[in-house]
Design a protein around this ligand. Structure first.
Ligand SMILES: Nc1ncnc2c1ncn2[C@@H]1O[C@H](COP(=O)(O)OP(=O)(O)OP(=O)(O)O)[C@@H](O)[C@H]1O
Length: 648
């Protein structure tokens, strides 16, 4: 084991990376049997069990090197994984473990190119939903939920409607027990700022969620990273029990396992610079590695010797034989599983889960409510009992503009919490739990009561302390406008979150967009004075602030009379004149039209978010397939971009 551990050590990293970079990019292609996308096949295993035997042959993955050529990440790998067995993918950091795992699971990034065959018992079909699961390195979980809640909600989301609620609960309970989490099932997962589960427990919750559907094939990307040796052993022993009991095929990339953890694996795929150094039973690995690492040689030389010695070894011949044997004995293709929970169930469960999360996450709405109340008190005191003097016209305008701009702008405060939601959504979407439409509906419905509260309470404080126009209808309009604008900013931030990769950049981008819209909204510079290019056309018409300012102004000024400042002229001045002449408000349509336009914008923005998510979802695999395709196949994909299952 000692030499195996040395081989894995981080000290070899630089040399190994260097050696992988030094491979002549153009030398790859002639060695590839075919440049094409890889198809994953599913079927019954060789023994007739409903298991999955995965084989891969001469697998290559390359990425552009930025100089017009490509760099290989994995090079000509051949191997297999069988039901009831645990396969470890090991090797130093950067050797291509995660890339191999992603390739096998069909999750490679859009900039990669792959070639070779990935087969299961010789059938060409995509991995159907529920037949495989992938547990990523980071535990992206809703930190406010308890273990039991997280697993229960997930069971309701993933398991089909043909199962009763109690059956789903039973499945969730059983899975919690399988992963040894029953003692902490009522503990909140916890995360930043709120201690909850330990790292190992979180990892087990992530695994728990992914095995609820009883997938036949389980991919685990470094399930023990960040855990101490005791926690690593505990997590891995639970995983090992899964494959023995349920005949699962489990493939895990793993870093420097302890000897106890190492012994839990049946087979080992040892990589270096994207090449196989060893593939075979873990029990035989030591001798092979030790044979290859003799003498005082540089790491690169040792790797080269190891790769060569592996290629000329009996073990290599045996792997080739095993792979062709598995491929020859074609099993029956697995039926396509369409057993999701129904769309309605998904929307309901997501609404409930998101409502609970928003309730428990202080940063989502409660903190904002407190700050809004403070700001509303501030507004109410500086504009207290505003009256109907001539100067109250300007004060009213400023007060309303502050509400429509700054109070809505502050909706950005909930963005970090939304980004956390998005991370969970992205993981669950990638694993096929539900789609973006259910997420948008769940998020929208769950946020309604909170947005309602934070527009009603602070809105009432500011409205009545200032003494704005009396009458229930006027207050309802004011609160409805505030509510709609908050929903709108949330929708805008959703779009930002789908485009901008992290929350800091998201906040800056969202704030910048809103800043521009506020400037072009027709209050800080009146509409007729706005410079024509950009500010007047098109920003004035796109900025939601324009409709918010004009709607709020109409709501407030229509029907009021103010003292005039003209000596000897009219004693009073009416609100309509103020709107037309002072604020340059478009009086051709009513305030309700402004509100309706804003409501339509909320719907439009949320639809845009959906379209962006769906487009990215469809375009990414199409780009990857395009990059791996030959010209004829590329034309086929161009004509039908959504069909990325075109087999090559
Ligand atoms: N999509 C990509 N584009 C460019 N380079 C990539 C891409 N995916 C992986 N690589 C590069 O390929 C190499 C292997 O990466 P990979 O993540 O597979 O390594 P790993 O063995 O899992 O490393 P670690 O143990 O540190 O997680 C790295 O040098 C990485 O930078």
């Amino acid at each position: 084991m000692a030499s195996l551990h040395n081989f894995n050590s981080a000290s070899t990293h630089t040399n190994l990376e260097k050696s992988s970079l030094e491979v002549e990019p153009n030398s790859i292609m002639p060695r590839c049997r075919d440049v094409h996308a890889v198809t994953i096949e599913c079927g019954l295993n060789n023994d007739g069990d409903a298991g999955i035997s995965l084989t891969w042959e001469d697998l290559w993955v390359t990425v552009p090197d930025g100089k017009g050529s490509s760099r290989p990440i994995i090079q000509g790998l051949t191997g297999y994984a069988r039901p009831g067995q645990l396969l470890a993918i090991m090797g130093p950091s950067g050797c291509g473990k995660s890339t191999l795992l992603d390739t096998l699971a069909g999750r490679l990034g859009a900039n990669t190119r792959q070639a070779g065959d990935i087969l299961i018992n010789g059938h060409k079909q995509k991995l159907a939903y529920g037949t495989s699961a992938y547990v990523t390195q980071d535990d992206t979980l809703l930190t406010t939920l308890t273990v039991r809640e997280a697993v229960y909600y997930s069971a309701q989301l993933q398991l089909p409607n043909s199962m009763s609620k109690s059956e789903k609960k039973e499945r969730a309970d059983m899975t919690i027990r399988e992963m040894g989490l029953q003692d902490s099932e009522n503990t909140r997962i916890g995360g930043w700022g709120a201690k909850g589960l330990s790292g190992g427990q979180k990892r087990r919750v992530s695994i728990c969620i992914e095995i609820l559907k009883r997938p036949k094939l389980l991919f685990l990307d470094e399930p023990t990273s960040g855990l101490d040796s005791a926690a690593s052993y505990y997590v891995m022993s639970r995983i090992a029990r899964l494959d023995q009991r349920q005949g699962r095929t489990i493939i895990a990339s793993i870093h420097q396992p302890s000897s106890e953890v190492f012994e839990l694996f049946h087979n080992l795929c040892l990589l270096s610079s994207g090449r196989t150094v060893y593939f075979g039973p873990t029990s035989a690995a030591n001798e092979d590695i030790e044979e290859g690492s003799t003498g005082k040689k540089s790491t690169e030389e040792v790797i080269s010797i190891l790769v060569k010695s592996y290629k000329s070894s009996d073990g290599y011949q045996q792997v080739q034989r095993q792979v062709s044997e598995i491929c020859k004995r074609e099993g029956r293709a697995l039926e396509k599983s369409r057993s999701h929970a129904s769309f309605l169930t998904q929307c309901l469960v997501l609404t409930k889960r998101s409502f609970v999360n928003m309730y428990r996450d202080l940063g989502y709405y409660w903190l904002r409510l407190a700050i809004y109340v403070a700001l509303a008190l501030g507004l109410g005191t500086i504009y207290y009992d505003i009256g109907f003097s001539y100067s109250s016209i300007q004060a009213r305008g400023a007060m309303l503009a502050f509400v429509a701009s700054f109070l809505t702008f502050m909706t950005i405060g909930g963005f970090p919490s939304f980004v956390e939601d998005m991370k969970v959504f992205e993981r669950e979407r990638l694993n096929g739990h539900y789609g973006p439409s259910a997420f948008v509906i769940g998020n929208t419905l769950s946020s309604l009561p909170y947005s309602f509260l934070i527009s009603l309470i602070p809105g009432a404080i500011a409205y009545y302390l200032t003494g704005l126009q009396k009458g229930c209808e006027h207050f309802i309009y004011f609160a409805a406008m505030l509510f709609t604008c908050m929903m709108l900013v949330e929708s805008l931030m959703m779009i930002v979150a789908s485009i901008v990769p992290n929350f800091l950049m998201g906040i800056i981008t969202g704030a910048g967009i809103q800043g521009l819209m506020i400037l072009g909204g027709g209050f800080f510079r009146l509409p007729d004075d706005l410079p024509k290019p950009f500010w007047r056309y098109p920003l004035f018409y796109i900025a939601f602030h324009r409709y918010a300012y004009q709607g709020m102004f109409k709501n407030e000024f229509e029907g009021l009379r103010f003292a005039s400042n003209q000596v000897g002229g009219h004693k009073t001045i009416n609100g309509e004149d103020v709107l037309r002449n002072m604020w340059e408000v478009d009086m051709d349509y009513s305030k309700w039209v402004d509100l309706a336009i804003l409501l339509s914008m909320v719907v439009l923005y949320r639809l845009m978010f959906l379209v962006i998510i769906k487009t990215v979802e469809n375009v990414k695999p199409a780009i990857r397939a395009l990059m791996s395709a030959n010209p004829k196949q590329a034309a086929q994909i161009m004509m039908n971009p959504s069909d990325t299952s075109i087999h090559m």
